[in-house]
Write a protein that binds this ligand. Structure first.
Ligand code: SER
Length: 390
C-alpha cells in the first residue's frame, strides 16, 4: 500500500461506519489556542470534545498534519518524526471505547492485514484520582490481545489543563524474531494507535471534572503504519521521506542519525514555512529557527561550506505538493537561505565572544544573560559554541 492508499483505507473504513471526514487544517491552531502548533488530530476539535455540537455530526474521521517538538532529542532514531500525519477518528459523545477498540482491531487485522500475534496493547491501570480502565481491559480480553497495565503512560492530555483521559495504546511487533516481552520491556514493540477516553477536564488546580459528554479520540501515525505495512526498518524509508533521504544522502553522503535528523527537520521546516511561519526569535518562528539551526549545525560539523542551496528542488516540491501548500519552492528556499546566512553571521560574531568568556572560567547564568541580551546569542547556541571551544 502506498502512503496515500493507507490514508484512504483508514478514512473509508470509518466513513462506512458513519463517520464524516474533516478536512486537514494547517499546523497553526485557531486564535486563542495556547499551543504553538497542532500536535494531534484532536487539537482543532477541542471545542467539540468539550461539548459544542460539531456541524458534521458526532462521528468524525481525518488525516491531520501534526508537529511535535517535545521529542526533538529522539529524532534521529528510526521511528520518531517531528512532523507526521495523524489518522484520527472520533466519537463525540456517541459510541463508547469498546466499539472503538473493536473497529480498531478489525481495521488492523482485516483492512491492513496485520497479524494478530504481532499486536500488544497497554491499558490505564488506575491512579489516586481515576480507577482502572475496566472496559478496555475487558474488550481486549475478549479480542484475545495481550495487555500491559500502566499509569502515567496511559493517561492522555494535551497540556496541563483541558480535556484529557485514560488511553489504551496498540503496539505492533517490529522485530524479525517472534514477538517477545511487552511494550514496557522491549523497544521492538512500536506504538501505532492510541484510543483515548476523552472524558475529563483538568482544571488549573489539578482537579478533574467530567466533560459534558464522554468522547473517544483516536490517533495513529501514518508514517509508522506505513513502516509496519511495508516491512520497512524505519519511517525514513516511507514515501514522504525518501525524496529527502535520497537527495541529502546523495549530496552530502550523510548516513544514520545525522541523515535522519537533517531529513526530518528539512521536511518539517518546509511544511512550517508552507503554513506561513517565518524564522524569528519568539514563538513559532523560534521553533522554525531551531529546526533550521539544528540542520545546519549537523551539516557543518563535518564541512562548514555545505549550504542548503546545494540541494535540488525536487524534495521541496514533493513536500509542498503533498501538503497542498500555497507557496512556491523558490519562496521557501529563499527563506531558508536567508536564515542560513543569518546563522553564519551570528556564529562568526559569536565564536570569539564566547571563547573570550570561556577563557575566564565556566559560564555563569549572568554570562548567558549578557551574551543573549548584548550579543543576541541564545543559550543553546552558546552551548554549541562552547562544545567547539572545548
Ligand atoms: N490525542 C491522541 C494522541 O495524540 C489521539 O488522538 O495520541
Amino acid at each position: 500500500m502506498t502512503y496515500d492508499q493507507i490514508g484512504r483505507t483508514f478514512v473509508d473504513f470509518f466513513r462506512e461506519r458513519g463517520h464524516q471526514p474533516v478536512p486537514d487544517s494547517s499546523l497553526i491552531p485557531p486564535p486563542g489556542d495556547p499551543v504553538l502548533f497542532t500536535t494531534s488530530g484532536m487539537h482543532p476539535l477541542t471545542p467539540y470534545l468539550e461539548g459544542r455540537p460539531h456541524p458534521l455530526g458526532r462521528r468524525l474521521v481525518n488525516v491531520q498534519r501534526c508537529l511535535r517538538t517535545t521529542d526533538l532529542d529522539e529524532v534521529g532514531d528510526d521511528t520518531h518524526l517531528t512532523l507526521f500525519q495523524m489518522l484520527g477518528s472520533w466519537s463525540l459523545g456517541d459510541y463508547d471505547i469498546s466499539q472503538s477498540l473493536r473497529w480498531g482491531y478489525e481495521l488492523l487485522r482485516d483492512g491492513f492485514h496485520i497479524d494478530h500475534d504481532r499486536l500488544h496493547v497497554t491499558v490505564f491501570g488506575g491512579d489516586d484520582q481515576v480507577g482502572p480502565d475496566e472496559t478496555s481491559l475487558e474488550t481486549w480480553g475478549e479480542l484475545g490481545l495481550p495487555v500491559e497495565l500502566t499509569r502515567e503512560k496511559n493517561w492522555w492530555s494535551n497540556g496541563p489543563t483541558g480535556p484529557c483521559g485514560p488511553d489504551t495504546e496498540i503496539f505492533v511487533w517490529t522485530g524479525d524474531d517472534p514477538p517477545r516481552g511487552s511494550p514496557g520491556t522491549d523497544d521492538l514493540w512500536m506504538e501505532v494507535w492510541n484510543h483515548v477516553r476523552m472524558r475529563y477536564h483538568r482544571h488549573p488546580d489539578g482537579r478533574l471534572t467530567p466533560l459534558r459528554q464522554p468522547n473517544v479520540d483516536t490517533g495513529m501515525g501514518l508514517e509508522r503504519l506505513e513502516m509496519v505495512l511495508r516491512g520497512n526498518r524505519s519511517v525514513f524509508e516511507g514515501d514522504g521521506l525518501v525524496p529527502w533521504v535520497d537527495d541529502v544522502c546523495g549530496r552530502w553522503g550523510l548516513r544514520d542519525e545525522p541523515l535522519r535528523l537533517v531529513c526530518d527537520h528539512l521536511r518539517s521546516g518546509v511544511v512550517v514555512l508552507g503554513d506561513g511561519v517565518r524564522p524569528s526569535n519568539t514563538g513559532r518562528g523560534y521553533v522554525l529557527r531551531r529546526l533550521v539551526r539544528r540542520i545546519l549545525t549537523t551539516l557543518w560539523r563535518e564541512d562548514p561550506s555545505r549550504s542548503l542551496g546545494d540541494l535540488p528542488s525536487e524534495p521541496f516540491r514533493h513536500t509542498l505538493d503533498r501538503f497542498r501548500q500555497p507557496v512556491t519552492v523558490s519562496e521557501v528556499r529563499k527563506s531558508l537561505s536567508e536564515e542560513e546566512q543569518r546563522f553564519r553571521d551570528l556564529l562568526r560574531r559569536g565564536r570569539p565572544v564566547v571563547s573570550r568568556r570561556r577563557s575566564r572560567g565556566p559560564l555563569t547564568d549572568e554570562d548567558y544573560r549578557d551574551l543573549h541580551d548584548t550579543h543576541g546569542l541564545p543559550r543553546d547556541l552558546v552551548d554549541g559554541l562552547l562544545s567547539e571551544v572545548g
